[in-house]
Write a protein that binds this ligand. Structure first.
Ligand code: HEC
Length: 101
C-alpha cells in the first residue's frame, strides 16, 4: 500500500514538472536567440522568421537532449560560446515550438 502511494506521488510530481528545462528561463533564451542572431540562417533556409525550422515535418530534434545538442552545434557555428545555463535558457525558449515533455 505504501508503495502504491509512493508511486502515485511520483507520477503526480512528474506531471507537475512538465518542462524538460526547469532551470531555463524562456525570456532569457529569447534574448540570447536574438543576441546571437540565431534566426538569420533559419529564415534564409525556411523563409518567414525561420521558426518553421523547429516545426518542419522532418525536423532533427525530437527530445530535450537532442535540442541541447543542436543548440550546441548551431552555437558553435556562430562562436556563441554558450554556457550550459545558456543552453537551458535557449531550450526553455525553443520548447515553445517543440513542446517536448
Ligand atoms: C550559420 C547558420 C545558422 C545559425 C547562425 C544558426 N543556425 Fe540553427 N540551424 C541551421 C541549419 C542549416 C539548420 C538545419 C540543420 C539540418 O537540417 O540538419 C539548423 C537547425 C537548428 C535546430 C534544429 C531544428 C530541427 O530540425 O529540429 C536548432 C534547435 C537550431 N538550429 C538552433 C539554433 C540556435 C539556438 C542558434 C543560435 C545560437 C542557431 N541555431 C544559429 C543554421 C544556423
Amino acid at each position: 500500500m505504501k508503495l502504491i502511494t509512493a508511486l502515485m506521488l511520483l507520477c503526480a510530481a512528474t506531471a507537475a514538472s512538465a518542462t524538460p528545462f526547469p532551470d531555463g528561463d524562456a525570456r532569457t533564451g529569447e534574448q540570447l536567440f536574438e543576441q546571437h542572431k540565431c534566426g538569420g540562417c533559419h529564415a534564409k533556409k525556411m523563409g518567414g522568421d525561420g521558426s518553421a525550422i523547429f516545426t518542419r515535418l522532418n525536423r532533427k530534434v525530437n527530445s530535450a537532449a537532442q535540442l541541447v545538442d543542436h543548440i550546441h552545434i548551431c552555437g558553435g557555428v556562430v562562436d556563441a560560446n554558450l554556457a550550459p545555463q545558456d543552453k537551458q535558457h535557449l531550450g526553455a525558449y525553443l520548447n515553445r515550438f517543440y513542446n517536448l515533455k
